[in-house]
Each structure stands twice: as C-alpha cells, then as structure tokens.
Design a protein around this ligand. Structure first.
Ligand code: ADP
Ligand code: MG
Length: 239
C-alpha cells in the first residue's frame, strides 16, 4: 500500500530523514516510536506529500507522489489526523465532516449528510451533529477529526500523536476508535507514545532515531528484546 525508497528530507542544512526504506502492506498497522525531533512527523508528512522529499520516492497504492495531479489524488486516499484537531470552528460537527466529500468528491449534500451521520454514530457522537467544535471536549473533537478523515473513504490513515494533546481521561475514547478501525482492516500508520496501545494494536513497530529506522519488528519483539542500545535507552524511559 505504501512503498518508500531511499527517502531523504532536509530543511536547509538540517538533515531530518536520512535514508528511509519502508513498505507497508494493505491492512497493516504500523506504529512509529522514537525520540522527539527524530523525524517521525516528517516521515508521516512525506507519505501524503505535505512535505516534499529531498530525495527518494514515495508511492501510495501504486501512485508515485510527484506531479500535482498525483498529489491531489493521493491526498484523497490518505487521511491524516494530527495532534491538534484543526476542526473548522465556524462549522458544526456535521458540516465539518460533509465539507471535503462535497467539495473534493462532489458528493450530493443529502448523501454527504447521511454518510456523516453514519460516521458520527461510529465514533459515538451521533448526538453532537449540530454542535460547534468548541462545545465539545478534546476527546470528542479528536473523534470528529477521525470521522472527518474517514468521510473521504481513505485507503490509508495516518495518525500523528493523536492523543498527545488530550487530557488523560480522554485518551481511551480516541484509542477505542482507532482500535476498531484497525480491527476492520484499515491500513494505518500511527506515531504515538501510547506503548500499551502500540503493543496491542500494532502489527509492526518502528523505532526511528535521528532520521533513520533504527530497529523494527513486532511490538512484542522490540519491547522485550530490543537489539540496539539506543532503542533500549529509549524504551527504558517510556515503558
Ligand atoms: P518528531 O515528529 O520525531 O518530533 P519532526 O519530524 O517534527 O520530529 O522534526 C524533526 C526535525 O526536523 C526537528 O529537528 C525539527 O526541528 C525539524 N523540522 C521539522 N519541520 C521543519 C520545518 N518545517 N522547517 C525546519 N525544520 C523542521
Ligand atoms: Mg512529531
């Protein structure tokens, strides 16, 4: 589903990604962990061309990300959820979810609405359809953000620390939605510090450090038998 070959990304003189090779299969759930500043967000952002690689190729569902047409096509297929929910404050929850399908996919309003209601029900927020984002808790807003991404019927979902900005008691409700997505076979790439969740839901765990994939394997294998000293040091601080 995602093929990344020899990916480099620099900002000016700062080399952030230094040769990433990564193949992600359909329905695979890949969790990325690593120290702050190691390039995790940059790697995710290269997967939907929010960042342009300095070198190397990124290919999603057979589409090579280079020309503008390809990029737009891929952005329709790859949903992204950020640490900050970025809902449109002047729109209701329902309008937030209906917007992209109508604008980008030219879906009729009534169809977009019934789909939005279905997705809201799925994330447990059917009763919030007519509320504005500020009337919701952080956890509820993040579940709306997930529903909004799903409304485009993406083939891949990218999550960049989706629970890091939440109060602790709201983390679980967001992880529950992600867990159910994984169960239904969504291809997912998740940057998170939730190690218990990573272990439970991840098919594969990547440890990224200084712009490289330093180590990878099943979460169980990496957590229990890390091979690299830097992985051991990192895990000793977070587990
Ligand atoms: P992580 O998500 O692992 O914390 P990031 O991918 O956000 O790491 O950042 C990796 C490095 O790239 C950091 O040193 C960060 O300061 C730098 N960086 C990220 N985005 C930009 C940017 N737009 N311009 C310049 N430097 C950036
Ligand atoms: Mg980050």
């Amino acid at each position: 589903m995602i093929n990344i070959k020899d990916l480099y990304k620099s900002y000016g003189k700062v080399d952030v990604l230094k040769g990433i090779d990564l193949d992600i299969k359909e329905k695979e759930v890949v969790v990325i962990i690593g120290p702050s500043g190691s390039g995790k967000s940059t790697l995710l952002r290269c997967m939907n061309y929010l960042e342009e690689p300095t070198k190397g190729t990124v290919c999603v569902d057979g589409i090579v990300l280079d020309g503008e047409a390809n990029i737009n096509k891929v952005r329709e297929e790859v949903g992204m959820v950020f640490q900050r929910f970025n809902l449109f404050p002047h729109m209701t929850v329902l309008q937030n979810i209906m917007l992209a399908p109508m604008k980008v996919r030219h879906m009729a309003a009534d169809e977009a609405k019934s789909e939005a209601v279905r997705l809201l029900t799925r994330v447990g927020l059917a009763d919030k359809a007519d509320n504005y984002p500020t009337q919701l808790s952080g956890g509820q807003q993040q579940r709306v953000a997930i529903a909004r991404a799903l409304a485009m019927k993406p083939k891949v979902m990218l999550f960049d620390e989706p629970t890091s900005a939440l109060d602790p008691e709201m983390v679980g409700e967001v992880l529950d939605v992600m867990r159910s997505l994984a169960k239904e076979g969504m291809t997912m790439v998740i940057v998170t510090h939730e190690m218990g969740f990573a272990r439970e839901v991840g098919d594969r765990l990547l440890f990224v450090d200084q712009g490289k994939i330093l180590e990878q394997g099943t979460p169980k294998a990496v957590f229990e038998h890390p091979q690299q000293e830097r992985t051991k040091l990192f895990l000793s601080k977070v587990l």
